[in-house]
Design a binder for this molecule. Sequence first.
Ligand SMILES: CC(=O)SCCNC(=O)CCNC(=O)[C@H](O)C(C)(C)COP(=O)(O)OP(=O)(O)OC[C@H]1O[C@@H](n2cnc3c(N)ncnc32)[C@H](O)[C@@H]1OP(=O)(O)O
Ligand SMILES: CC(=O)C(=O)O
Length: 522
Amino acid sequence: MSLVKLYDTTLRDGTQAEDVSFLLEDKIRIAHRLDELGIHYIEGGWPGSNPKDVAFFKDIKKEKLSQAKIAAFGSTRRAKVTPDKDNNIKTLVAAEPDAITIFGKTWDFHVHEALRISLEENLELIFDSLEYLKKNAPEVFYDAEHFFDGYKANPEYALKTLKAAEQAQADCIILCDTNGGTMPFEVAEIIKTVKKHIKTPLGIHTHNDGDCAVANSLIAVEQGIVQVQGTINGFGERCGNANLCSIVPALKAKMKRDCISDEQMRHLRDVSRFVYELANISPNKHQAYVGNSAFAHKGGVHVSAIQRHPETYEHMRPELVGNCTRVLISDLSGRSNILAKAEEFNINLDSKDPVTLEILDNIKEMENRGYQFEGAEASFELLMKKALGSHRKHFQVLGFRVIDEKRGEDKRPSAEATIMVKVGGKVEHTAAEGSGPVNALDNAIRKALEKFYPKLKEVKLLDYKVRVLPAGQGTASSIRVLIESGDKHNRWGTVGVSDNIIDASYQALIDSIDYKLHKSEE
Ligand SMILES: CC(=O)SCCNC(=O)CCNC(=O)[C@H](O)C(C)(C)COP(=O)(O)OP(=O)(O)OC[C@H]1O[C@@H](n2cnc3c(N)ncnc32)[C@H](O)[C@@H]1OP(=O)(O)O
Ligand SMILES: CC(=O)C(=O)O
């Protein structure tokens, strides 16, 4: 099967997404990761737009990329100037990229309303901008903006714009679903007609406003297009662009099309997370293929079946994209979930052992009271060990007291906690202050126990979430506290539930410390 070329626009269209912006250094780092991933073209930005994008094209020349070509983006010339005098075109050429992509108008409505020029003038803009660039750049691509909407409104004119690009010898003409509302069946039909008139290789660039960007890209490949544009994680203007993290595995695993190697695809999840990290955006756990939940199984029936054969509830092997199968624990679990977790935790548990059912019943009863073990697997592991009698008690809390005091309306409140613990035969009584009552309690627990277990100094509190359980009792409601803790190597979640926020926090904090002590021993 012929190669489908991947054209990544994370660094250009991706940054048109609300909340997404990359530093110059980040853009360079992302370009390296895209190159390693095997992306064929990396659109680095619009040099006519801002100094950062100009600097990108200057700096990327000093970097050693293994195979990717760097593309610069811009528009056709302005109506009143020739291409050699047009600032945008001049900056594109001056950036000296491997390829230049310009967008032009296809839709008569846009020509009239956005450019306010005649239809004929627009054809000239397209033709002579591309003709000029062809003489000044190694490769030139033409993004036919709003192609599908334009075609639906005035097919004859839309095709004329493509003809103008073809006559100027654009190397690839990319059909854009700029407003993102085209349906897959329309994409297929329209491309069929375009191919009767245009012989230049075609590409596709879709937006996700109708939630069809990936489907539209794939159906375009089925119709014979040779270049797919998209972004990592689907970042892009409004609802985003076509998500390359979905397109790549679909092309390779489902459509058997050549684009990147199997080994490169095993880094897809890593690249997805890297881009989230640099964009300072939390990864979408439900993202297809690469998200944490993409191969996470919760229902007992599903877990039972995947243990017999993963394909019963997995559409492909998660390892192909660097992901993995996960089993979740909740009140929808069956024995299979418990057994799968025991195996993951290296705990010997027989399916016929009555303790399996005991653990399952306990989970269901606790979840009914508001516990949630999906995000608190460390608490679940401890609970399992307690049920099996393999839990070692490292310490005993004899009691604690928390004081939260505010002396006057304009004074900051202060918090203090005291705790009494017993380790071996020794009783330790400690007090500590904190920025709030939970922080004071956390400090006091650690201060008391670090003396006996110095490894606890490594533990950091990474996240703390409080959820009022819907009991309709206002401030007297039960609440759930979910804590995420971590050390140099691991992260783990613990849970506490009570109608007292300090008590719920205490349960989650104690589990976190207990878990660390168990892991250190193992
Ligand atoms: C479909 C897409 O995603 S295209 C990419 C969109 N991305 C961006 O806009 C991000 C980068 N953009 C920018 O930095 C700025 O908009 C610039 C530098 C490009 C232009 O800035 P300004 O000159 O101030 O113009 P403004 O931002 O108002 O843009 C509208 C201008 O672009 C012109 N324009 C729009 N499309 C085209 C086109 N295909 N060819 C030529 N000119 C075009 C409009 O006619 C208008 O010019 P006019 O005011 O002289 O009539
Ligand atoms: C070119 C482009 O970004 C678009 O048409 O959406």
